[in-house]
Write a protein that binds this ligand. Structure first.
Ligand SMILES: *[C@@H]1O[C@H](CO)[C@@H](O)[C@H](O)[C@H]1NC(C)=O
Ligand SMILES: *[C@@H]1O[C@H](CO)[C@@H](O)[C@H](O)[C@H]1NC(C)=O
Ligand SMILES: *[C@@H]1O[C@H](CO)[C@@H](O)[C@H](O)[C@H]1NC(C)=O
Ligand SMILES: *[C@@H]1O[C@H](CO)[C@@H](O)[C@H](O)[C@H]1NC(C)=O
Ligand SMILES: *[C@@H]1O[C@H](CO)[C@@H](O)[C@H](O)[C@H]1NC(C)=O
Ligand SMILES: *[C@@H]1O[C@H](CO)[C@@H](O)[C@H](O)[C@H]1NC(C)=O
Ligand SMILES: *[C@@H]1O[C@H](CO)[C@@H](O)[C@H](O)[C@H]1NC(C)=O
Ligand SMILES: *[C@@H]1O[C@H](CO)[C@@H](O)[C@H](O)[C@H]1NC(C)=O
Length: 736
C-alpha cells in the first residue's frame, strides 16, 4: 500500500513536470513608480531550485520545500507517505517585510495603508490511494512580522498552519489569510470553500462555496482536472476592501468570490508584514503546492523620509545639493577619523574603569552573545522607524526589529537603544549587559545580542509577541483578557523567575521593579520577567513610580519599609510579586482605581468577611478554579504583609503554587505596619550563608531604574559605582 502511494505521487509529479516544461522563465523582482506610487513587484513564474532568488527572497519553514517546480507548503511524497504526509503544517514567506501602513496621511484616520495585488496558481492534489479523502487546505497569508515562519505547534489539521487550539482567534495572532479549505470542520460551510481568516481559521461569516462555480479544490478525478486553479487577491488600501477572484485558468474573472471590507492597519501591528502561504494536512492529506506567484505591493516609507522630495528637485538644485553633501561628507569623515583616533588612544579603557571599578574588557565577559552590526539593526528597525517603536523610557527607546538569525532565517527581536553616549547611558548599558547576560531562566526575557559602534549602544532581546502583562489585564477592549489557566501560569512563571534571581543564581539578584508592565508574555503567554530598561520601555503605565520624583501617591508595588530604608531586598521583591498576584486574579490595579480604594485593602476586607472569592475578576464570568483562586488570593495577601519578615520566601511560594504546600495562613485583617521592623530572620531555613542575608540589604537608592526616595542623600554617580563594585564582588548583590 505505502509503496504504491509513493509511486503514484511520484508519477503525478513527474507528469506535471513533463507536461509543463515551461521555458526558462526567470523570477524577477523590481521596484517601479506608477502614478506617483512606488511599488515592488515580484514574479515567480515557477519555482525552480536553481533560481537564486528563491533561496534569498523566500523563507521556508522546516517542513516546506521546493520540489517539482512548486512550493510544497506541506511535504510531497517522502519515504513513508502515511507518516510523512499526515499532520503536517508549513509556511513559506517572501523574505522582505513590507510596510503595511504609515501614519502620515492627512485624510481620514491619518493612516496610509498599502495596496497590493497578487495572483498565484495553486495545485491541491489528493492522494491517489484513497480518492475519497483530502485535507486540509492552503492559505495566502499577510502576517505581522512578529509571526515567525515556523507554524505554531499543533497547527496541523483544521488550523491550516496558522494557529492552534489555544491561540485560534486571538487578536494577538495579527494575520489575515485567504483560505482554500478542503475539509469541513464543524464551523465550516462545506469542504470546498474560500474564506477570509482574520486571526483565526473560522471563516464562516465570509466563506463562499466553490462548488456552484464549478471549481473543485483537490478534485477526485485528476485525469479530467489536475487540481490547479488561479487565485487573485487585490487589496485597496484607500477603500480598505479586499477582493478575491478564482478561476481554473489564468484569465481573471470579473466577478469576485469575496468582496470584503477590511482594515489591515487594525489587524496588523507594528506596520510591517510578510506575505506568503501556509498549509496543513490532518489525518487525511493532500499535496498543497503553489506553482506560480506574482505580486505587486505599494511601497510605503517612513513619513519623515525625504527621498520623494529629492525627485522633484530640478537639475541645478541637485548639483548644489550634491556638492553640499560631498562637503558635509568630507567634514563628517574627518571628524569621524579624529574621533576614532582619540577613542583608540585610551578613551575606552577609561570608560570601563569608571564602570567596573577596574579595567575589564567587556568583550571578554564569558558567554557574551552575538555582537550585532549597527547597520543590520538599523535596517531591521527600518531606520528606527516610529512605527517599529515598542516603548520608551528614560534610558532610550525600544524598537522591534527583524534580523537574520543564526540559521539564516529572519527573526524578530526587540532592540533597546540607549540614549546618547553620555556617561549614564554607557553605565546603564554595561551594567545591564553584564548582569542580564549571565542570567538564564525560561521566565526571563533573553538577551540575544548587543551592539556598540561609534558611541551607539544597543541591546538585543527576544521579541515578545504578546507584549506585557498589564496590557492584557488592564488594556481595555482591544486586547484580550487572559483566561484563568493563563493567569495561573503567569503567576507561577513570575514566582519561578524570582526564585531563580533570589536563590538559584550564583549571585543574589534583586529585581526591584516587579510589576505587570515589566512582565512580558511570549507567544504561548508564558511570563518572562523583563530587564528593567526594556520593561520600562514597554511601560504605558502612567502610575509607574520609577519616573516619579519622590515617593507619593499611587505606589502599590513598593513595600512600605522601602520608604524608610530606601533599600530593596528580597522581601520587597516578594511584596511586588504579591501586588502582581492580586492584580492578575482581580483584574484591577493595586492602586489608582476609580473607586479610590486600594486593591489590597479591598481583598483583605473580603477575606475578613469570608468572601474572598468575590475579589476575582468579574470579566472571567465565573470561569475559574475556586481552589486555585483562593490559593492565589491568600498568597497575594501573605506576600503583601506590611512587615517584611512575615512575607513568604519564593521557595515556599512555589510550593504553594504547585499545591505541595497548603495556602498560607493570613490574618483576617491587615496587620499594622511596624517600624523599625523586627530584623529579617537569618535564613537558616534555606541554608544560605549570613553573607547573603546581610548583603540583601544593600543600598539602592538611585540607579537608573530604582525609585527615588526623597530622603536619600545619594546621587546617581555615587551609587552607580557602588552597584558596579557589587557586580564584580563575589558575594555582591547584582541588581537588574
Ligand atoms: C531579493 O534577494 C536579493 C539577494 O539577497 C536582495 O538583494 C533583494 O533585495 C531581495 N529583493 C527583495 C524585494 O526583497
Ligand atoms: C514536520 O515534519 C515532521 C516529520 O514528519 C513532523 O514530526 C513535524 O510535526 C512536522 N512539523 C510541522 C510543523 O508540521
Ligand atoms: C475522469 O475524467 C476522464 C476525462 O474526463 C474520464 O475519461 C474518466 O472516465 C473519469 N474517471 C472517472 C473515474 O470518473
Ligand atoms: C481604491 O479605492 C479608491 C477609493 O474608493 C479608488 O478611488 C481607487 O481607484 C481604488 N484603487 C484601485 C486600484 O482600484
Ligand atoms: C465590492 O463591494 C463594494 C460595496 O458593496 C462595491 O462598491 C464594489 O463595486 C464591489 N467590487 C467589486 C469588484 O465587485
Ligand atoms: C506574472 O508576471 C509575469 C511577469 O510579469 C507575466 O508574464 C505573467 O503573465 C504573470 N502571470 C499572471 C497569471 O498574471
Ligand atoms: C505618506 O507615505 C506615502 C508612502 O511613502 C507617500 O506616498 C505619501 O505621499 C506620504 N504622505 C504624506 C502626506 O506625506
Ligand atoms: C499553540 O502555539 C503556541 C506557540 O505559538 C504553543 O506554545 C502552544 O503550546 C500551542 N498550543 C497547542 C495546544 O499546541
Amino acid at each position: 500500500m505505502a509503496s504504491g502511494a509513493i509511486f503514484l505521487l511520484l508519477t503525478w509529479c513527474a507528469s506535471v513536470f513533463l507536461l509543463f516544461p515551461s521555458a526558462h522563465a526567470q523570477a524577477t523582482i523590481f521596484t517601479s513608480t506608477i502614478d506617483g506610487k512606488e511599488s515592488t513587484t515580484f514574479s515567480f513564474p515557477k519555482f525552480d531550485k536553481s533560481l537564486i532568488q528563491l533561496t534569498a527572497n523566500l523563507t521556508f519553514s522546516s517542513n516546506a520545500t521546493i520540489t517539482q517546480d512548486g512550493l510544497q507548503i506541506t511535504p510531497d511524497s517522502g519515504n513513508r507517505p502515511e507518516v510523512f504526509l499526515v499532520n503536517q503544517a508549513g509556511r513559506v514567506f517572501f523574505t522582505s517585510p513590507f510596510v503595511i501602513w504609515a501614519s502620515n496621511s492627512t485624510a481620514g484616520d491619518g493612516k496610509h495603508v498599502a495596496s497590493f495585488s497578487t495572483v498565484f496558481k495553486v495545485n491541491l492534489f489528493r492522494s491517489n490511494l484513497n480518492k475519497k479523502v483530502k485535507g486540509e487546505g492552503l492559505t495566502f497569508v499577510v502576517a505581522s512580522s512578529s509571526v515567525g515562519v515556523e507554524p505554531p505547534h499543533g497547527s496541523h489539521g483544521g488550523y491550516l498552519g496558522l494557529t492552534n487550539a489555544s491561540t485560534d482567534g486571538d487578536a494577538g495572532n495579527r494575520f489575515v489569510a485567504v483560505e482554500l479549505d478542503t475539509v469541513k470542520q464543524p464551523y465550516d460551510i462545506d469542504d470546498n470553500h474560500v474564506g477570509l481568516d482574520v486571526n483565526g481559521v473560522r471563516s464562516s461569516s465570509s466563506a463562499v462555496s466553490l462548488t456552484p462555480l464549478g471549481i473543485q479544490l483537490a478534485p477526485t478525478n485528476t485525469t479530467a482536472d489536475d487540481g490547479s486553479c488561479f487565485v487573485w487577491v487585490d487589496y485597496n488600501g484607500t477603500s480598505r476592501r479586499l477582493l478575491v477572484f478564482i478561476a481554473k485558468n489564468d484569465i481573471k474573472p470579473t466577478a469576485t468570490v469575496i468582496n470584503a471590507s477590511l482594515d489591515l492597519s487594525t489587524v496588523l501591528l507594528g506596520r510591517t508584514a510578510h506575505f506568503g502561504f501556509s498549509a496543513s494536512t490532518g489525518t487525511t492529506y493532500q499535496l498543497n503546492c503553489v506553482r506560480m506567484w506574482n505580486m505587486t505591493v505599494e511601497r510605503l516609507h517612513d513619513g519623515s523620509a525625504s527621498i520623494t522630495k529629492n525627485a522633484s528637485l530640478s537639475g541645478w538644485k541637485i548639483a548644489v545639493a550634491a556638492a553640499a553633501a560631498a562637503v558635509a561628507l568630507a567634514l563628517f569623515a574627518a571628524v569621524y577619523v579624529l574621533k576614532r583616533r582619540r577613542r583608540r588612544d585610551g578613551d575606552d579603557d577609561e570608560e570601563q574603569n569608571n564602570v567596573f571599578g577596574k579595567a575589564i574588557d567587556f568583550r571578554k565577559i564569558p558567554g557574551l552573545p552575538k555582537e550585532f552590526d549597527y547597520l543590520e539593526l538599523r535596517r531591521g528597525t527600518n531606520n528606527f522607524d516610529e512605527g517599529m517603536k515598542l516603548g520608551q523610557g528614560g534610558y532610550g527607546v525600544v524598537y522591534r526589529a527583524t534580523v537574520v538569525g543564526d540559521d539564516g532565517r529572519s527573526v524578530d527581536v526587540a532592540v533597546k537603544q540607549f540614549s546618547g553616549a553620555n556617561t549614564k547611558g554607557k553605565e546603564d548599558f554595561f551594567a545591564e549587559l553584564r548582569i542580564i547576560n549571565c542570567l538564564r531562566h525560561r521566565n526571563l526575557v533573553k538577551l540575544v545580542g548587543w551592539c556598540r559602534q561609534n558611541g551607539r549602544l544597543l541591546l538585543v532581546y527576544d521579541y515578545m509577541p504578546n507584549s506585557s502583562l498589564d496590557r492584557h489585564l488592564f488594556g481595555g477592549s482591544e486586547s484580550e483578557i487572559l483566561n484563568w489557566k493563563q493567569r495561573y501560569n503567569v503567576v507561577t512563571g513570575v514566582a519561578s523567575a524570582l526564585n531563580y534571581l533570589h536563590h538559584e543564581y550564583d549571585q543574589m539578584v534583586i529585581h526591584r521593579d516587579i510589576k505587570p508592565s515589566n512582565i512580558m508574555l511570549d507567544s504561548a503567554f508564558n511570563a518572562r520577567l523583563g530587564d528593567f530598561g526594556l520593561a520600562r520601555a514597554l511601560d504605558s503605565d502612567k502610575t509607574s513610580y520609577t519616573d516619579m520624583a519622590g515617593v507619593t501617591g499611587t505606589l502599590g508595588y513598593i513595600a512600605p519599609e522601602c520608604f524608610h530604608t530606601g533599600r530593596a531586598t528580597r522581601e520587597s521583591d516578594v511584596f511586588g510579586l504579591g501586588a502582581v498576584v492580586l492584580e492578575v486574579v482581580c483584574g484591577r490595579r493595586v492602586s489608582g482605581n476609580d473607586d479610590g480604594c486600594s486593591l489590597l485593602e479591598r481583598v483583605w476586607k473580603l477575606h475578613g468577611g469570608r468572601r474572598i472569592l468575590d475579589a476575582v475578576d468579574e470579566r472571567l464570568a465565573g470561569e475559574f478554579d475556586e481552589v486555585e483562586a483562593e490559593r492565589l488570593l491568600l498568597l497575594g495577601l501573605a506576600c503583601s504583609q506590611p512587615n517584611p519578615g512575615e512575607r513568604p520566601r519564593t521557595r515556599a511560594i512555589l510550593q504553594i503554587l504547585n499545591g505541595a504546600a497548603p495556602p498560607p495562613d493570613v490574618p483576617p485583617s491587615k496587620p499594622a505596619f511596624m517600624w523599625p521592623a523586627m530584623p529579617v530572620a537569618l535564613e537558616g531555613d534555606d541554608g544560605e550563608s549570613e553573607t547573603r542575608s546581610s548583603s540583601s540589604s544593600m543600598m539602592l537608592t538611585s540607579s537608573s531604574s530604582s525609585f527615588h526616595v526623597s530622603t536619600s542623600p545619594r546621587r546617581r554617580g555615587g551609587s552607580r559605582k557602588l552597584r558596579a563594585e557589587q557586580v564584580s564582588s563575589e558575594h555582591g548583590v547584582a541588581m537588574v
